[in-house]
Design a protein around this ligand. Sequence first.
Ligand SMILES: NC(=O)c1ccc[n+]([C@@H]2O[C@H](COP(=O)([O-])OP(=O)(O)OC[C@H]3O[C@@H](n4cnc5c(N)ncnc54)[C@H](OP(=O)(O)O)[C@@H]3O)[C@@H](O)[C@H]2O)c1
Length: 259
Amino acid sequence: MKIAIIGAGNMGGAIARGLARGKKISSSHIFVSNRGNAKLEALKAEFPELNMTTNNKEATWMADVVLLAVKPWLVEGVLKELDLDAERQILVSVVAGIPFTQYVEWLGKEMTIFRVIPNTAISQLESMTLIASYRASAEQECWMLDIFNEMGLAMLIPESQMAATTALTSCGIAYVLKYIQAAMQAGIELGVYPKDAQRMVAQSVKGAASLILNNDTHPSVEIDKVTTPGGITIRGINELDHEGFSSAIIKAMKVSCVK
Ligand SMILES: NC(=O)c1ccc[n+]([C@@H]2O[C@H](COP(=O)([O-])OP(=O)(O)OC[C@H]3O[C@@H](n4cnc5c(N)ncnc54)[C@H](OP(=O)(O)O)[C@@H]3O)[C@@H](O)[C@H]2O)c1
């Protein structure tokens, strides 16, 4: 399986790095194309065995899978330039907000398409990746899940849930980071050094996520374990609710869900 990645920016670059570190696709079968040379040179310095070009058509010539990672307003032009082979190739797009119907219109033909939304933790191989498929076989869906499960956790979802789940994961990672930032501010006011506070809070967030993912428990079960009656944690939890913490998160997710 040969893959061409069009656009080596934040997302395309992170996916290229993730694939190069993984075992599913040989690095010599990964072709990366970008408008300018600078990002390609940086990638080449890290992974010399990847194939680089500034010519999109050249990158996709041999590819079975073509992964688009350019900004949304560039997609139509890039698709026209590529003129993909619907019989032989699969289109994978990480571009947010463009429905399958729009791709089909721009392509001028039906073909297998995947919409994939990773989040920025893909650079750490810890992405939550959403995958929706169009005219794909069960085997192709499994292959996509395998590829992105190597870079974190991937889930297959219906396209109708893309906007809501993007709010939870792609935007949601920023809300978690906002929590980390706020908790650090508290720590610093309480006399903890910023770097120490950063490590302490980040590890606590990672630990909380591990409890949920590894135990498959509801958050309230894990919260119950640390809220001793009359204790300090329940005082803080109640203060969060008095200040509208849950409501703020719900509202943030809802405004980030743009259909
Ligand atoms: N960042 C996220 O958290 C995130 C999450 C999910 C999905 N996405 C989606 O991922 C896509 C890319 O976002 P990004 O943050 O990675 O953007 P980015 O960092 O700006 O990367 C886009 C890359 O595309 C290259 N490019 C521009 N025109 C091109 C062309 N005609 N042919 C080949 N390469 C071209 C740019 O090259 P130059 O710099 O040389 O111009 C740049 O390296 C977006 O559509 C976005 O919706 C992003």
